[in-house]
Design a protein around this ligand. Structure first.
Ligand SMILES: Nc1ncnc2c1ncn2[C@@H]1O[C@H](COP(=O)(O)OP(=O)(O)OP(=O)(O)O)[C@@H](O)[C@H]1O
Length: 432
């Protein structure tokens, strides 16, 4: 009933395979592409199990003993999981609660004390509340790590180890541990063994760490320090479509159009308002650091731009996965700086569905010079412009002219001119 209300008429592949495994009581590590419905893949069987085994209706108590703990790396994501859980338990006596940092601890404690069967939490706040003895762990039957590779890496790994080491936490053979992500690097798979029973199952839908195939034509545009930032590409974005722009640093002032922004340094309230403004379309462009890379499910995001590429391929996969979700299509463009992003070439080869020749060549040491490349993961298309001294000369003149025009002309005139210059350059580069 609640599933139909959520608008689900058919299970997604990861749900089809995970649900019976979880219902059978097995531990699971599941890897499936971004936007493939992993949240419901663990929530639905947990709720079904709890209903089947009979769950005690929550009542006010100083210390609550939840049956299920779900952890995720960011506040926005854990809140989203909580909202999903609330949908699925509607009309039952199961009470989900969410707690995360950046809000008053007193508020989290009050929420918990009113009753808690499913606790959705970010790691820091969870350990804090356990330390204050507001949460007892002896009743935990399900432990879920969403974005599990992130939860086990250097940032959160120690918190997770602390969580499973509490004497009151049932040992792994007495609880069911579930891990979900779109990426599972090998070393994380090894670490995960500590958390999972030895006979855990590992299901992979697609291939481990693969980029979402519904993101059409993920493009890589190569540039270098000598080339002006690809501002004209950003200006050409259709701002009527929801667009996420990722930036490694919280340098948001460079964007010359109206946008909202999300980064760790902002107050939690501001983060929530920014996300709400983006979701509602009040600001159709969200500029964000990696804090928004994982898990966020925002309807109608049709474009992702990586102004900077992240340092790991996993984050690239998660970032571009903010679009092309659950059967919808989307587009992604990334600016690739050969001097700083070269180390990603090999992983990009592995992450793409079909491998374009140029990417393989770069990954295996081909030193293409100034190139403009585009990749389409479904049907590979490639444009490559190699550099000659003459094209380099053209480029230098164009860059000087562009910088000069930008410093003298009005914003609109200069950006149109820069776009024209770039287009001319790319045209001319074909002939050198
Ligand atoms: N069976 C289904 N039918 C229709 N829509 C679904 C179904 N399952 C999930 N969805 C919807 O698909 C969207 C993506 O789901 P979800 O956020 O769980 O993906 P995910 O795999 O966790 O993605 P990510 O790896 O980015 O965290 C959500 O809006 C969700 O409501």
């Amino acid at each position: 009933m609640n599933i139909a209300k959520a608008g689900y008429s058919k299970l997604t592949p990861v749900q089809k395979y995970s649900i019976p495994i979880i219902l059978a009581g097995r531990d699971l590590m599941a890897c499936a592409q971004t936007g493939s419905g992993k949240t419901a893949a663990f929530l639905l069987p947990i709720v079904a199990h709890m209903m089947r085994n009979g769950v005690t209706a929550s009542s006010f108590k100083e210390q609550q003993e939840p049956e299920c703990i779900i952890v995720a790396p960011t506040r926005e994501l854990i809140n989203q999981i909580f909202l999903e859980a609330r949908k699925f338990v509607y009309g039952t006596c199961i009470r989900p609660v969410v707690i995360y940092g950046g809000t008053q601890t007193g508020h989290s404690i009050r929420q918990v004390m009113q009753g808690c069967n499913i606790l959705c939490a970010t790691p820091g706040r969870l350990l804090d509340i356990i330390g204050r003895e507001k949460i007892g762990l002896c009743n935990v039957k399900y432990l879920v790590l969403d974005e599990a590779d992130r939860m086990l890496d250097m940032g959160f790994g120690l918190d997770m180890k602390q969580l499973i080491s509490y004497p009151s936490m049932p040992p792994k053979d007495k609880r069911q541990t579930l891990m979900f992500s779109a990426t599972f690097p090998d070393e994380v798979q090894r670490l995960a063994g500590e958390f999972l029973k030895t006979d855990y199952l590992f299901i992979v839908v697609g291939h481990v760490g693969g980029a979402c195939s519904d993101v059409q034509k993920p493009k890589l545009v190569v540039y270098g320090w000598w080339f002006p930032p690809p501002r004209e590409q950003l200006l050409s974005v259709n701002h009527d479509l929801l667009t996420c722009i990722f930036n490694n640093t919280a340098d948001f002032l460079r964007y010359p159009f109206n946008h909202c922004y999300l980064c760790r340094d902002r107050e939690q309230r501001e983060r929530e308002v920014a996300l709400q403004d983006f979701r509602s379309g009040k600001f159709p462009v969200l500029v964000a650091t990696s804090v928004a890379a994982r898990g966020l499910d925002i309807e109608n995001v049709q474009h992702v731009i990586n102004f900077d590429l992240p340092s790991t391929i996993e984050e690239y996969v998660h970032r571009i996965g903010r679009t092309g979700r659950c059967g919808n299509t989307g587009k992604a463009v990334s600016f690739f700086d050969n001097s700083s992003d070269g180390h990603l070439a090999q992983s990009l080869v592995k992450a793409q569905q079909e491998v374009p020749v140029w990417l393989e060549e770069t990954a295996f040491g081909f030193q293409g010079e100034r190139v403009f490349r585009s990749v389409n993961t479904q049907k590979v298309s490639l444009e490559m412009y190699s550099k000659s001294w003459l094209s380099e000369l053209f480029l230098s003149i164009e860059v000087c002219l562009a910088v000069y025009l930008q410093s003298t002309a009005t914003e609109t005139v200069s950006s149109v001119t820069v776009s024209l210059i770039l287009a001319l350059h790319l045209q001319s580069a074909q002939y050198f």
